[in-house]
Write a protein of this length. Structure first.
Lengths: 241, 241
C-alpha cells in the first residue's frame, strides 16, 4: 500500500468510528485513539516500547469502576427509600456480564472491534468487555460528568426498564456469594451426585457454609440445582438474622 | 432537657463534627446531616415515615463505588505501563476491608459514630464501613471532583506507601477467586483432613476447579493451607495460559 493510500484508509477509518460513536451515543469523541484502544481485543495487542502490550484491558478495568459508580449513584437517587441490599442487587442486574454482553450486541459494538481472528469474535464476554473499555475511554476523554450523562441518558434510560428489572428473577446463588463475602464465611457449592433417571441426568448439589452442609437440592442442571439449594439456604439465613 | 438545652447540645455536636472533619480532611462540610448519617451504625437506625430505616448502609454502598473509581483512576495514571491484573491487585490492597479498618482507626472515625451499644463499637469492620459511608456523604455533599481531590491528597498520598504496597505479600487465594470469577470457573477450597501431630492441629486443604482437585497443601491453619494450595494452583494456571 502506498503511503497515500495508507493515510487515506487510516483517516477514513477514524472518521467512520467518530461518526458511528456520534450515531450510537450522541457525541463526537475528542481523542479518537482512546476509543480505538477500547475496541482492541487483547488477541490483537500492539507492543509498546516499554514492553507492555496495548489493548483494551486497562480501559476495561477503569470503565468497570466508572460504570459501577454511575449506576450506584443513579439507583441511590432513584430509589431513596430502598436499602443497600436492594440497590446492590439492582446494580448487579444492570452491570452483570450477561446484561452488558446483550447491551453491547444491541449497540453493535463488535463491529468496531479488532481481533486476531474471528473465533474470538464469537466469544460472548468480548462484547461486555468492549463496552466497559468504551466507558473507560469516554471517562478519560471527556471526564466524569459527561460520562455520567451519557450513561444515564443514552444507556440506562433507553436500554433498561427498571420496573421490569425490579420484578426480574433473583439469583439466589449471587445473594449467597455476596452474603458470604460480606460476612467472610467460606461457601462452596458441591455436586454430590449425578444420576440418570429415565435417560435424563439429575444432579444433587449441596451448599456448604464454613464446611458444613446447610442445604441440598436436585435439578436437571448443575446451575439449577445450585440456585435451588441457594434459595433454601437463603431462606434459612434470612430467618436467622 | 429543656428545648433550649436540647438545641444548644444539638448545634454544639454539629459544630464539633464540622470542626473534626476540617481537622482530619481539610474541608468544612456543607450539609452536616449527610455526615451524621454516615456515622450512624445500623444498630442505631432511625425510623423514617416511609418505613425505611435511616443509617449509614446506603451511604456505604455509594461510597464503596466512589472509592473504587477514584482509586482505579489514580492507579491507572500512576502506573501507565502496568496491566489490569496489577492494577486490580493494587486496588484490592488499598480498599480491602482490613486496610480500610486500619485507616479508619488511624483517622479516629469511630469517635463520631453512633451505636446502640458499645459491643458493636468493638466490631472490626465498623470502621471501614464508616469510612466508606463518609466518602458517600462527601460525594453527595461536594460532588465527584472535590471527593476525588480529598481521597487522593488527604488519604492516598498521606496514608498509603504505594512502593511498599507493590512489594507487599500477595494473597494467592484472592488471585484464584478473581481468576475463577473472570473465567466463570467453579472454585472450592475444601478441608480434606485435620490431624493432630505433636499436640498441634494440621489441616489439609484441596482446591477444586470445576469439581476437580488441582492442588493440595498442608498447614497449621486452614487459612494458611488455603493460601499454600492456592499458590500451587496459581503456578499451574500461570504456566498453562
Amino acid at each position: 500500500m502506498s503511503l497515500r493510500n495508507f493515510l487515506r484508509t487510516y483517516f477514513s477509518s477514524n472518521r467512520k468510528m467518530r461518526q458511528a460513536i456520534k450515531n450510537i451515543f450522541g457525541f463526537y469523541p475528542g481523542n479518537i485513539f482512546l476509543y480505538k484502544q477500547a475496541f482492541r481485543h487483547k488477541s490483537a495487542s500492539l507492543n509498546h516500547k516499554s514492553g507492555s502490550r496495548i489493548n483494551n484491558e486497562r480501559l476495561e478495568y477503569l470503565g468497570d469502576a466508572v460504570l459501577g459508580v454511575v449506576i450506584a449513584d443513579y439507583l441511590f437517587r432513584r430509589f431513596p427509600f430502598e436499602n443497600e441490599g436492594f440497590l446492590t442487587e439492582m446494580r448487579s442486574k444492570i452491570v452483570s456480564r450477561s446484561s452488558l454482553n446483550k447491551l453491547s450486541n444491541k449497540l453493535g459494538l463488535k463491529d468496531f472491534m479488532r481481533f486476531s481472528n474471528t473465533d474470538i469474535r464469537q466469544m460472548k464476554s468480548v462484547g461486555g468487555d468492549a463496552f466497559e473499555a468504551f466507558i473507560g475511554a469516554l471517562y478519560l476523554d471527556r471526564g466524569y460528568h459527561f460520562t455520567r450523562k451519557i450513561i444515564i441518558k443514552r444507556i440506562v434510560e433507553v436500554h433498561f426498564d427498571l420496573d421490569q428489572l425490579v420484578q426480574s428473577e433473583i439469583s439466589y446463588k449471587s445473594k449467597i456469594i455476596e452474603w458470604a463475602q460480606k460476612t467472610r464465611k467460606k461457601h462452596q457449592f458441591q455436586v454430590i451426585s449425578e444420576e440418570t433417571i429415565k435417560n435424563r441426568k439429575q444432579f444433587k448439589v449441596a451448599i456448604l457454609i464454613d464446611n458444613e452442609v446447610i442445604a441440598e437440592a436436585y435439578d436437571y442442571t448443575i446451575k439449577g440445582a445450585e440456585n435451588l439449594s441457594a434459595e433454601k439456604a437463603w431462606s434459612l439465613l434470612s430467618n436467622n438474622s
